[in-house]
Design a protein around this ligand. Sequence first.
Ligand code: AP5
Length: 226
Amino acid sequence: MVVQEVVFNHMRIILLGPPGAGKGTQAVDLSNKLNLVHISTGDIFREAIKNKTSLGEKAQGYMNRGELVPDQIVAEIVADRIQKNDCSTGFILDGFPRTDVQASLFDQILWDQKMSIDVVLNITCDEQLIISRLTGRRVCKDCGATYHVTNIPPIKEGICDHCQGVLFQREDDKKDTIINRLKVYNEQTASLIDFYKQKNILVSIDGSLPKEETFENMMDAVNSLN
Ligand code: AP5
């Protein structure tokens, strides 16, 4: 039997979940598979820091401490980004919204732009696993590809498979900062699970499985939307 895949004309997805649950890893694969723009607010800030822009200056302290960048700044960036032409067929938001205020601001932004979110994929993962994932995460300094020293290692240690760039450890992936990020997630972000549950668009996905299995479960959730 030939299983027919559903092709969507528009798809707007939010990836929710604690730091290290696998949002970025899954967003890359989903965006390739579904041909959607991947918008990571964390990546936008890291790029701004690298380029020493005023946004980067504003964000750096918060990020290094594992705190959240102020809501208004993040919301404005996302509002601008989703209006760009490449988002006309949809997008995957990775790391936004992250507070009740951001979620309300985003509802208003979506309303103004006559858009809606199709699904919120909430990636779950327990804290011990998160700590081992984040302490072992390595990122390519050139293309941003993400690896894990043991779970998802590069072919050649310390070198990116895709572009041969050097891999480094993120400043906020030190254990104390990870603990603070988890605390911030529990205090400021976890409430969004109920927020989107009440809108009937939340699907929880087990992020502790091997990445391919998590991906398949996410695709099942997306395909079942039709
Ligand atoms: P951001 O970059 O968004 O970080 P985060 O949410 O803390 O998420 P992470 O990138 O740490 O984790 P992830 O879930 O993407 O996991 P990954 O796929 O990499 O934000 C950073 C900072 O920017 C924030 O602290 C804040 O300061 C600021 N910021 C960003 N957005 C903001 C907002 N909206 N408001 C305010 N401030 C904001 O995976 C982790 C590791 O696990 C990797 O090594 C990976 O290879 C491995 N892995 C992934 N999946 C699997 C698997 N299934 N099995 C085994 N290993 C796996």
